[in-house]
Design a protein around this ligand. Structure first.
Ligand code: BTN
Length: 262
């Protein structure tokens, strides 16, 4: 289990220059994303990380509730990239790549990404990502990326309605993992891809994302803000929008929504 002396031991071995140079640990918190936004508004540095053992009001995408039992890895990261607001969603894809690659590297799991914010193992969700941003003038002032990783607990700790669609690392590996080692590896991988992103090379991130997006080519149902679309998920574009080819052979770009794979 995560302990409050994690911060110093974690930072000792952490090989990053920006990400995780400041880490705040909480036994219980409202929501690491909400707290991160509050800290960002009062000037918290880029790379600041907030980790909680449990959250009482954690949030998922589209205003949904997120359940954060003890044993999970629940954390948020503050970034201040010099990008336009419409490009913030690229960081959600980047974060998905970071999580999937880290699970591959550390535990040899065949993790995959599902547009826009899920990481799956064998079709079951093991991680959700929530990106929230704030703008100043034409540019972003900050982005908070929240990571919810189902780590050291059994699926039975989640609501029964999620039972078939969610998994945890504990279930997949049949043992507990070191939360500290996982968080350190994630922060290092995050820094690696964030440097690439800041050089303007989103193509490298996208190439990795496509490799990990096993659902591409599948028939999908997409519920976006104001419409329902179905067709073949063919690709993501250079802004991170999902491209769906409809039965009438036209293509639709989806900027925000939920995907169900048939
Ligand atoms: C989703 O799949 O809908 C996104 C879930 C994101 C959950 C994480 S847990 C840490 C951070 N704090 C929150 O309140 N939400 C994110």
């Amino acid at each position: 289990m995560l302990t409050l002396n994690l911060s110093s031991s974690l930072k000792k071995g952490l090989e990053t220059q920006i990400i995780g140079q400041t880490i705040h640990l909480f036994r219980e918190i409202y929501s690491t994303n909400d707290m991160a936004k509050e800290l960002a508004l009062i000037g918290a540095k880029e790379g600041t990380v907030l980790v909680a053992e449990t959250q009482t009001h954690s949030k998922g995408r589209l205003g949904r509730e997120w359940i954060s039992p003890e044993g999970g890895l629940w954390f948020s990261l503050i970034l201040r990239p010099k990008i336009f607001p419409e490009d913030a969603s690229k960081l959600t894809l980047l974060a998905g790549v970071v999580v999937a690659k880290t699970l591959e590297k550390l535990y040899h799991l065949r993790a995959e990404v599902k547009w826009p914010n899920d990481v799956l193992i064998d079709g079951k969700k093991v991680c959700g990502i929530l990106t929230e941003s704030s703008t100043k003038g034409r540019y972003l002032s900050f982005v908070v990326i929240g990571f919810g990783i189902n780590a050291n607990f059994l699926v039975s700790k989640l609501p029964a309605s999620l039972g078939d669609s969610a998994t945890t690392l504990r279930e997949e590996l049949d043992k507990e993992i070191s939360i500290e080692a996982l968080l350190r590896a994630l922060l290092e991988e995050m820094e690696y891809y964030y440097i690439i992103f800041n050089k303007g090379d989103f193509e490298t991130v996208l190439a990795e994302w496509r490799r990990l997006a096993k659902f591409l080519g599948s028939y999908v149902y997409v519920r976006s803000l104001n419409e329902k679309v179905e067709g073949w998920a063919t690709d993501v574009d250079e802004h991170g929008a999902l491209i769906v080819k409809l039965k009438d052979q036209t293509s639709r770009k989806i900027v925000a929504g939920d995907v169900t794979i048939r």
